[in-house]
Design a protein around this ligand. Sequence first.
Ligand code: NDP
Length: 250
Amino acid sequence: MTLDGKHALITGGGSGIGLAVARALAGAGAEVTITGRRAAVLEAAAGPGLHPLVMDVTEEKQVVAGVAAAVAARGPVQICIPNAGIAEGRALHRTDAAFWRGIMATNLDGAFYTMRECLKDMRKTDWGRTIAISSIAGLKGLKGAPAYTASKHGMIGLIRALSEDYLGTGLTFNAVCPGYVDTEIVTRNATAIAARAGVSETQARAMMVEANRHNRLIAPEEVAQAVLWLCGPGSESVNGQAIEIAGGQV
Ligand code: NDP
């Protein structure tokens, strides 16, 4: 398969799942804009086919300007991957508006701004893929993380609505929903869970491993392969789906 001539944009593309997806798409020939807040992380990740762009997805103006600059440099974004996210758990009775807003601003508002801005030019073309990196928390309640769960359900709602709006065009909209993936988020989670539950970080990590149905962490590259498949020939009829990548049924 070739993605030659296709421009992909991945938020949070400098690390973890986003970087694995960026490398997979660039490996298939796409020109990939990778975005995030940390310039040094993006510069370190940059390479053949990978173009860094500093952009905070919580800032609407930055997303508008950032996507416009990427489009000016590499043409319409035809593969849009809203991936930037933060994962933090807090019981609802202890969730203040600032915590709620912080999660929503990154995970849901950020996906909304990114998808809207990319769609402006994508919809003028005859082929487009929007693939949101949601989570198993987009499909079921994640214990101890109501705000995160709501934000990830919201991403899937957005994807499903758009798949209806663009039925019969060359544009498809899907979400992938990973279980625990071996990235910095899991490392940070282990620290947080250890502090909250009074267990060691090793025990906290083991709890996440056990939460995956196949009893191991998922590699970011496994998520990237699913995204690549959704961009390749033969998956044109997959639309409006939330695909579990969790080692078993969620
Ligand atoms: P990482 O922490 O490596 O990736 C998160 C990325 O998001 C970073 O590159 C970060 O870059 C970027 N980001 C965070 N906030 C912002 C912001 N305000 N503006 C722009 N970029 C931002 O972890 P993962 O790769 O694991 O996470 C990627 C996605 O996958 C997330 O949406 C997460 O919820 C989801 N996911 C992860 C799972 C896991 O177990 N790891 C499981 C299921 C879903 P920077 O800090 O430089 O801005």
